[in-house]
Write a protein that binds this ligand. Structure first.
Ligand code: C2E
Ligand code: CA
Ligand code: CA
Length: 572
């Protein structure tokens, strides 16, 4: 029989321990401790799989326990879920920053508590799987660990930098330190334009400069590729001078290409935060200015911290949200200008978060695209759309097709077509009813794969729409290779209609091109009467936008649709 995972429950209040033990004793072997110190003893003596720790306890509280665990390599991997009093956002944020896997609020709700623990364990398992997959790479990384200096530049490697900086800052706990993260703009272009030796020469020169500048003051390292990091006392950092000196040094190589360094600075406020996270923060600041000609550096600030916390919240809650039905779809109609009737609708996802209210897709979709969750969310939305179509069909009305967004990650799944076919079959629909919106970025990623899949989807009868057409740089190029049924013209153009003759001219030619190529057109983001009039005058009939309707909750949209169809019938 499989041995159960050990769960350590740390709380000074007996009744709390008893409640949690009740929840978990079937699945886990429970061990209890009354404070952080006792908990550490347990962890030292047996293999613990997960820890639930109260934040407020005598002798050693939850923060201290968390801090100690995350600093020790052998315990850092054990997930710790912290328990806080209701609506104590500050302590939650602090604990999450210190590496807590999640939090639970008191009084305990059994379903939520179970779900949170399950999520954390599932995430862990997922990470393990990744780690196993990367076993080979890891061996390489392990080897790297023992190499102190980067062979190319002869300054510290990432691992050495992390370790030595942590030691340095903790040893001088009363000195304020800065972590500086540096990156060269368009380094790839330099490698492409010149020989690889030229790229290497730039890296070596920059490293040499950092080494000279830092001297005894602090540490410098090459983190990866063209990324460098410095750790030095804040009082010693003059970032303008540092960047100017760096420019001069690199320019002295006489390369006929503008090489610009960008920097992000994290003023260390907690010397016990893992240095890789400090570097992430400095990197985050850097990303705010990268590519900007006027400003070449930025400091990490609270807004970035908030953004990071928000992202953490999103990642933490997503699984639970999907299970608990917090996601739903809104429908936005597409109207035919000439008949004034609804001709289709787009299903757009919404997240009703129990404590944060409605979260806009603009916030969570990019996060899900990065961590892969978008594939599951998209499938949920498709299913909701099919359910909606089924209900229409059951009413016996003429079915108005619904379009759904297909995020680019879906095109890496070999079973995409199979999945969609099954879905249509399950709800006894026809493929023309489910339209698929694909964005240009999918094409830029992997043109060949996308072309093949789109071709096959169309062969199966799914209409394919090119979403946000004109927003990327490969639009026209793409059309040549990728026949789609409909172009959805990006809102950017529509906004410009009243202001710029050029935007109108562009729309006009896109429309005539689409007509020549036998493709349909939908214009989205239409808000005003003049826009509608202009679009009508150039033969764009299908319009989606606030002018007609915002995206509506399913029920409201349903009402709108029924009224629309009754009007149609009465006119027939
Ligand atoms: P999108 O696919 O281009 O969707 C159109 C967006 O424009 C929607 O924003 C819609 O509410 C908004 N919109 C429509 N008419 C107007 C208008 O007249 N004026 C203005 N200012 N905006 C208008 P929403 O719902 O916030 O979605 C934003 C984006 O999030 C979507 O852009 C899409 O890229 C993504 N998204 C939404 N739902 C899903 C989904 O289920 N799956 C995936 N992969 N992405 C989704
Ligand atoms: Ca769309
Ligand atoms: Ca769009």
């Amino acid at each position: 029989m499989d041995e159960k995972t050990v769960m350590l429950i740390v709380d000074d209040v007996e009744i709390n321990r008893a409640v949690l033990t009740q929840f978990f004793q079937d699945e886990y072997t429970i061990v209890e401790a009354v404070n952080g110190q006792e908990a550490l003893k347990v962890i030292e003596n047996q293999h613990v799989g997960i820890v639930l720790a109260d934040l407020v306890m005598p002798v050693m509280d939850g923060y201290e326990l968390l801090g100690i665990m995350k600093r020790k390599d052998q315990y850092a991997g054990i997930p710790v879920i912290v328990m806080t009093a209701r609506s104590d956002a500050d302590s939650e944020a602090r604990a999450m920053e210190m590496g807590a896997a999640d939090f639970i609020t008191k009084p305990y709700n059994p379903t939520i508590v179970r779900c949170r623990v399950k999520n954390v364990m599932a995430r862990l398992e997922n990470e393990w799987r990744k780690v196993e997959q990367l076993a080979k790479d890891r061996q390489l990384v392990e080897m790297h660990r023992y190499i102190e200096k980067d062979p190319l530049t002869n300054i510290y490697t990432r691992e050495t930098f992390y370790r030595k900086s942590a030691e340095l800052m903790q040893l001088n706990a009363d000195t304020a330190y800065d972590i500086v993260y540096l990156d060269i703009s368009c380094f790839k272009a330099i490698n492409d334009l010149f020989r690889i030796e030229m790229g290497n020469l730039i890296l070596k020169t920059a490293a040499y400069y950092f080494k000279v500048i830092m001297g005894e003051k602090g540490l410098c390292a090459r983190i990866e590729a063209d990324h460098f990091a410095l750790c030095l006392p804040a009082s010693q950092l003059n970032i303008d001078k540092l960047l100017a000196g760096l420019d001069n040094t690199v320019q002295s190589l006489g390369i006929s290409h503008n090489i610009l360094f960008y920097a992000g600075i994290y003023p260390v406020d907690n010397a016990f935060l893992p240095v890789d996270q400090m570097c992430d923060r400095a990197h985050m600041a850097l990303n705010r200015v990268k590519g900007n000609y006027m400003t070449r550096y930025a400091y990490y600030d609270k807004s970035m911290r908030d953004q990071m916390l928000e992202e953490q919240m999103i990642v933490r809650d997503m699984e639970f949200a999907l299970q608990e039905g917090q996601f739903c779809i809104y429908m936005q109609p597409v109207y035919n200008l000439r008949t004034n009737r609804i001709v289709s609708a787009e299903a757009l996802v919404r997240w009703n978060h129990p404590t944060n209210g409605t979260i806009s897709p603009g916030k969570f979709i990019p996060v899900f695209e990065r961590n892969g969750f978008i594939v599951r969310l998209d499938r949920f939305v498709w299913e909701e759309a099919c359910r909606f179509l089924r209900a229409q069909k059951d009413r016996g009305d003429k079915v108005i097709p619904v379009s759904v967004n297909v995020s680019r990650l879906n095109f890496y799944n070999l079973d995409l077509i199979e999945y969609l076919m099954q879905l249509v079959k399950k709800y006894e629909l026809e493929t023309w009813m489910l339209k698929l919106e694909v964005t240009e970025s999918a094409y830029t990623d992997n043109p060949h794969q996308l072309m093949m899949v789109v071709r096959e989807l169309r062969l199966h009868g799914f209409p394919v729409l090119m979403d946000d057409f004109g927003s990327g740089y490969s639009s026209l190029n793409m059309l040549k290779d990728l026949p789609v049924d409909v172009l959805k013209i990006d809102m950017g153009f529509v906004r410009e209609i009243e202001r710029s003759g050029r935007a109108s001219a562009i729309i006009r030619s896109i429309v005539s091109m689409a007509q020549n190529l036998d493709m349909g057109i939908v214009v989205e983001g239409v808000e005003t009467k003049p826009q509608v009039d202009f679009l009508g005058s150039i033969g764009c009939e299908k319009i989606q936008g606030y002018y007609f309707s915002r995206p509506l909750p399913e029920k409201e949209f349903d009402g709108l649709l029924v009224r629309d169809q009754q009007r149609t019938k009465s006119e027939e």
